[in-house]
Design a protein around this ligand. Structure first.
Ligand SMILES: NC(=O)c1ccc[n+]([C@@H]2O[C@H](COP(=O)([O-])OP(=O)(O)OC[C@H]3O[C@@H](n4cnc5c(N)ncnc54)[C@H](O)[C@@H]3O)[C@@H](O)[C@H]2O)c1
Length: 326
């Protein structure tokens, strides 16, 4: 049996997914769709940088969804967030899709979460969202020291690392660590001036986004204007403290069972090209994977987007239902 895989959006990240797909260990046909000739050319070049793999039975670089196979076992939607809901609608209307991996930010409008959720349920499509820290072996190790629903303080501080577009990764990480997806956020301590994001057409914020989980855990995410300091995470639980510098790959940890003695551990941050092959293989062979399910991720995204959107409208004196982050 040869599986059909479609990658929709072959930009910076999509081309890394493609490199990851080339490492798969089951027979697949891969189709890449992107309207940009430049993106397809870079994706092709990056695909060719990875060693040949006999499991890849075919690879095609296409300009439209219409050219895809009628039946697709797995689809990765790695466009930017502004068109993700429409692309999903088009894909499902035109092709028979079994499973989808969505990129974060899922959608910019709150109503798109239910809109796409309904499409997925009606068409019995299983879907996940690519917040990959939960598949990093070192975060899985950290989770072993935390009990489900444990009350944690999750503090992230750093320079201007792209809080609005990337903060969801850390909200997802906390949700993973203590198995709680119920968040509320307070965006009132974000800085008043929004800035252009590194990604053209999208905005960013500095300042502080605060949140609470239903179990009383606190999450504080900070990006400091004018600084390029690396972000550092501190997680304090009932019986453990972790200080994590993802940039240098270092963890300092202390556990109550070891009398709070400090130890150093390594954090191996995995690139997308090291992750996608295994994740896709798991979905195709077992029908599941350890990424956040769509429904859980939607539950995490909705209060996050709502809160930042409220701040965006207030600070810019706007009335819009679209939060331009990706
Ligand atoms: N999960 C992660 O760790 C992670 C990391 C980086 C980026 N991302 C997310 O991935 C998404 C893409 O980021 P990027 O840096 O690759 O952006 P990008 O702009 O480099 O790529 C987007 C691509 O989508 C293409 N596109 C536009 N319309 C399309 C359509 N109708 N059909 C198919 N393709 C279309 C564009 O031509 C472009 O090549 C963003 O939402 C970003 O936040 C996630």
């Amino acid at each position: 049996m040869t599986y059909n895989i479609a990658l929709i959006g072959a930009g910076q990240l999509g081309s890394r997914h493609l490199q990851g797909l080339k490492k798969i260990n089951i027979a697949t046909n891969i189709d890449v769709v992107d309207p940009s000739i430049g993106s397809l050319a870079i994706a092709k070049e990056r695909f060719e940088q990875v060693e040949n793999n006999e499991f890849i039975k075919s690879i095609r670089f296409l300009n439209s969804i219409d050219e895809l196979n009628e039946s697709i076992d797995l689809c990765i939607i790695a466009t930017n967030s502004n068109i993700r809901a429409l692309v999903t609608q088009e894909l499902v209307a035109k092709k028979n899709i079994k499973t989808i991996i969505f990129e974060k930010i899922l959608f910019q409008k709150i109503r798109d979460y239910k809109f796409v959720q309904d499409i997925l349920h009606e068409n019995k499509i299983k879907a996940w969202v690519n917040c990959p820290r939960r598949v990093f072996p070192d975060y899985i190790e950290i989770k072993k020291n935390i009990v489900p629903n444990e009350k944690l303080t999750f503090l992230l501080t750093g320079g201007n690392w792209g809080l609005a577009c990337n903060g969801i990764h850390f909200v997802d990480l906390l949700a993973f660590l203590n198995d709680n997806n119920n968040f509320t956020f307070d965006s009132s301590c974000l800085d008043n001036d929004s800035q252009m994001s590194k990604r053209a057409g999208f905005i960013e914020f500095t300042g502080i986004l605060q949140g609470k989980q239903s179990n009383g855990s606190d999450i504080i995410i900070n990006a400091r204007d004018g600084s390029n300091a690396p972000h550092v995470i501190t997680i304090t639980g009932e019986n453990s403290i972790f200080i994590i510098d993802e940039t240098s790959g270092e963890i300092r940890m202390a556990l109550s069972k070891n009398d709070w003695r400090w130890e150093n551990r390594q954090l191996r941050v995995l690139f997308q090209s090291q992750l996608t092959g295994d994740i896709v293989e798991e979905i195709l062979t077992n029908g599941n994977c350890n990424l956040t399910s769509f429904d859980e991720s939607a539950q995490i995204h909705i209060p996050y987007i709502s809160s930042i959107l409220e701040f965006y409208n207030k600070s810019l004196n706007k009335i819009t239902e679209t939060l331009p982050i990706t």
